[in-house]
Design a protein around this ligand. Sequence first.
Ligand SMILES: NC(=O)c1ccc[n+]([C@@H]2O[C@H](COP(=O)([O-])OP(=O)(O)OC[C@H]3O[C@@H](n4cnc5c(N)ncnc54)[C@H](O)[C@@H]3O)[C@@H](O)[C@H]2O)c1
Length: 400
Amino acid sequence: MADAVRLGIVGCGGIAGAHLNGYEKLAAEGYDRFAITAVCDVNADGANAFADRIEKNLGTRPQVFATADEMVAAGAADAADICLPHAFHHTAGVTCLQGGVHIMVEKPVGITVKATRRIMEAAEGTDLVIAGAEQIRRCIGARAIEWAINDQKMFGDPLFFTQEVFSGAPFDRSSYKFAWRSLKVMGGGGQILDGGAHFTDMVQHVYGPVDEVMCTMRTIDETMIELPDMEPQPADIEDLWTATLIFESGVIGHWGWSNYAWGEKLSTRMHYGTEGSFSDRQEWQHPFQFGADLKLKDGTETPYEEIEAAYLAGLSEAEKSRLFPYGITEGITIECWDFIEAVADGRSPEIDAQEALQAKSLCFALYESAAAGGAPTKVADVRDGKIHAYQDPIDEYWNI
Ligand SMILES: NC(=O)c1ccc[n+]([C@@H]2O[C@H](COP(=O)([O-])OP(=O)(O)OC[C@H]3O[C@@H](n4cnc5c(N)ncnc54)[C@H](O)[C@@H]3O)[C@@H](O)[C@H]2O)c1
């Protein structure tokens, strides 16, 4: 354990608990390349509850801090797992990197493209790791279907997909975790940038970069939002959108969602190629997390279980231990392992900042298109900072 990576968890809320499950699972397998030495949360009760749990389950009590600044000033960690509301990813990220601390950042890396670039600039000229905490493409279902589509061409050449999920299922905006998600200045946007960040990562991972988008959105629920240190203000994020995505490869995607669609629920998650279709088993924003079923034009059907078995049978032992360490097939534990390995071995993480930025630039392009009345918008122009009208008020609010 002498050279174990000293890890700090920054933000001890919902997803940090899932990351901690992952670290505990790794420790239970005998993985000893990390020790959790610090936890940070402005909510002292939350941070102390994490410290208690880590002491009980991993054997050593971490130091408790309110913020990443305090943790870095105390020199309490070599690496930080940042699980904060989106508005604080770049502040905590830059503090860590400037203090020589490697980071893994929950999605989206930064609350805007400019915020993301601030984080990337802070690591320039160093060997510090910036890892994107993106678990969906590391799940066995996603890895297997990506292989089935791109390696095995199981449904021929990809042509188009449609994912539309409309239901009446509003969030409880009186809770902190949905309150900050209800304001652009705290979340950067609504579900396009939140759960949708997984969708934009996965569809580009499978089909390559998106060239252009057209998007229309609405804010239906304008409930007053109350957050510490902020004036009460109405929710202003999208809770309905419909979008067309045109990939550089020519693939066309349609993506729509609302949780204010009352009455009958609609849920379609279909991907089509020249020879057949994949029916995605999930209905959140996590393409292929639980695999997909294949149906070909001659009527042949292949359930996902058979595709997964064929995928695993074709992997060497070395590939299996890289893709599914300790036989773990769930993405969050794999991303935590990958981050520690990248820091310990001085290698690149599976998803670096540039790749994470590409996924989130698609989210921002959808917002920019909607802000321009649904105008066709090039993702590269948004990623390269040429189009930013939607993001400007957020950047101005935080002085980015
Ligand atoms: N990968 C996934 O599937 C997934 C799922 C949920 C959330 N997330 C991401 O995880 C991040 C956190 O989301 P969450 O659901 O855990 O939120 P949350 O509200 O449950 O937790 C955030 C925590 O950060 C603390 N906090 C706020 N400001 C702070 C500051 N300046 N310094 C220290 N602590 C601070 C809060 O007290 C809270 O405990 C977001 O980026 C979100 O998008 C990812």
